[in-house]
Design a protein around this ligand. Sequence first.
Ligand code: NI
Length: 172
Amino acid sequence: MAIRSIIVAPDPRLKAKSEAVGTVDEGLRRLMNDMRETMYAAAGIGLAAIQIGVPKQVIVIDLSAPKDPEPLYLVNPKIVDASEATVSQEEGCLSLPSQYAEVKRHETIEVAYLDYWGKPQTLKAEGMLAICIQHEMDHLKGVLFVDRISALKRNMILRRLSKQKKLQPVAS
Ligand code: NI
């Protein structure tokens, strides 16, 4: 297992659309293990494969504290049902470090996906879990939480991140 580096916005790679996974095999499980390690190392609650530069429809989520050795893995997730009711909550993202904004999401969702072993599953989610799944699924479409807020706020956040990047020595 390896901790991979997380791509920070603004970066065109984060705009890529991720492809559906054909087979959940050992190679994909290695990717999922790396994603788990990377997410834990960064103290995050969710990570999409594209954030480490892999354009595949794979997500890892763990809302538990202390961290669960078996987090939730979602391969090829699809929302099969969503409430009309929405909630707004402040979100952050490992690809937009130290930036937060309120984003509107469906309050409850039902999602179909393949698990770590490639077995089809469905999950009804509400609260933080529902928000987190929607946030991570956006990454698979190349959408960041800042794409769901006003242009004014988005530009402010992206400008701040660009400035931070210039100040930091280039890593990897
Ligand atoms: Ni994110």
